[in-house]
Design a protein around this ligand. Structure first.
Ligand code: ATP
Length: 237
């Protein structure tokens, strides 16, 4: 029997959010938010301080209750925060292997640490790491479980500019390889432009804009558009 090939493979879903409501008392921070993230897609979420970015990320992570709507993700999402959140009393490989279970946990942790360039530091302690190295371990710990959804809450914000560039390259490479869907919360417009396939602008309890980033891009134009959307404007002197 001949089976006709499908014209285009359907996008594998990393997360679906429909009609999401998150409220503190009477105040709705998220007011009917809809969002779809596909596997392998890198989505950046930007918006003014206090608009609800972290609230959306925490709801997706299952860390907070929601007051309406639904969130579907095929597997438990992995989350990386601004601080590394490594356990100081566990070695690097033990941090990465947390919850993996035997057998093979050390080997899997070792391979994950190798991927982030720390394969020679397995038995070291978190306190011996720089900020950038600690975030690499957090990345290894997130990816070792092959999550279908990776949630990033400003993980590069506390790093110096050069380390941030290195981390951008690393995460781009690892996302292309492991293909989780990614939601990155960031204040940094240039970071969003550099990393994302789509940039969402959050405003007034919802996603006000959904901009596809098609490369090659005119970064200056996109930057100006994003700044204008964020109500910052561009200096002209
Ligand atoms: N536990 C809480 N109780 C009451 N209000 C809260 C709570 N957590 C957050 N909020 C409010 O919800 C709104 C959204 O907060 P959220 O942290 O999601 O914003 P954000 O966009 O991530 O901000 P920032 O960019 O400054 O990190 C803010 O007005 C905040 O004051």
């Amino acid at each position: 029997m001949n089976v006709a090939p499908r014209a285009s493979a359907p996008l594998e879903t990393a997360a679906v959010v429909a009609g999401l409501v998150r409220a503190y008392g009477e105040r709705r921070v998220l007011d009917h938010v809809d969002l779809h993230i596909a596997r392998g897609e890198f989505v950046a979420l930007i918006g003014r301080s206090g608009c609800g970015k972290t609230t959306l990320l925490r709801a997706l992570a299952g860390l907070d209750s929601i007051q309406g709507g639904r969130i579907e993700a095929p597997r438990t999402p992995a989350v990386i925060f601004q601080e590394h959140r490594l356990l100081p009393w566990k070695s690097l490989w033990q941090n990465v292997a947390l919850g993996l279970g035997e057998p093979g946990a050390r080997d899997r942790a070792s391979a994950a640490l190798e991927e982030v360039g720390l394969g020679d530091r397995l038995d070291d302690w978190p306190r011996t790491l720089s900020g950038g190295q600690a975030q690499r371990v957090a990345l290894a710990r997130a990816l070792v479980r092959e999550p279908t959804l990776l949630l990033l809450d400003e993980p590069f914000a506390a790093l110096d500019a050069l380390t941030r560039i290195q981390m951008h390259r690393l995460i781009k490479r690892l996302v292309a390889k492991h293909r989780p869907g990614v939601l990155l919360v960031t204040h940094d417009v240039d970071e969003a432009i550099n990393l994302a396939d789509r940039i969402l602008i959050m405003r007034g309890g919802g996603l006000a804009r959904d901009l596809a980033v098609t490369r090659p891009i005119d970064a200056a134009d996109l930057r100006a558009e994003l700044l204008s959307e964020l109500g910052v404007g561009v200096e002209t002197d």
